[in-house]
Structure formats: structure tokens, C-alpha cells
Ligand binder design. Structure first.
Ligand SMILES: [Zn+2]
Length: 62
């Protein structure tokens, strides 16, 4: 049983694509923070264990 603190399950991660560029997503350095897209330089946040995979909710990466 996964908890939100562990981030997105690897099997789920393998199926996900960035809604902006259809590229692969990688876990943030702290996996509980969400998933990053290198191509778009954005982070899709993980809130209460729910991945917010929406371009308008994506956070710009520094
Ligand atoms: Zn992208």
C-alpha cells in the first residue's frame, strides 16, 4: 500500500505523459512533490495523493 508521501507508483508513472508535450514525466527530487517534465520545465503537483496533471496547474521549474 502506497502512501502519498511515497509519490506516484512506478507502474502508474510509466503510463503517464506530459499533457503539454506528451513527453515522459519524472518524479521530483522529493517524490511527494509531484512529477516534473523536463521538456516543458514544469512540475505537475501531487496534492493529497492526487496528481494534478493539468497544464494550467503546472508549476514552473526554477
Ligand atoms: Zn512537457
Amino acid at each position: 500500500m502506497k502512501t502519498p508521501e511515497q509519490g506516484v507508483d512506478e507502474a502508474v508513472l510509466a503510463l503517464l505523459r506530459c499533457p503539454g508535450c506528451c513527453g515522459p514525466l519524472v518524479p521530483a527530487e522529493d517524490p511527494s512533490k509531484g512529477l516534473d517534465c523536463a521538456g516543458c520545465a514544469v512540475r505537475y503537483p501531487l496534492r493529497d495523493g492526487i496528481l494534478i496533471l493539468l497544464p494550467e496547474e503546472a508549476l514552473p521549474l526554477a
